[in-house]
Design a protein around this ligand. Sequence first.
Ligand SMILES: [Zn+2]
Length: 60
Amino acid sequence: MRIETYTCPDCGTVIAGNVLLVERAITCPGLDCDRVHEFADLPEDTQGHYEENRDAYQMD
Ligand SMILES: [Zn+2]
């Protein structure tokens, strides 16, 4: 399974794209960073990859 990552442009924290797929939006886990990351912030090709493989990434 391919895990795409996304780097916060404010603090450089790396966020796993599949978290955004499941949660849709998260507050940045970076220290002293309150930026909100949304699935829509991922590059379009990354979003497409996750949408196509959604079942493989479901966490429960
Ligand atoms: Zn951040």
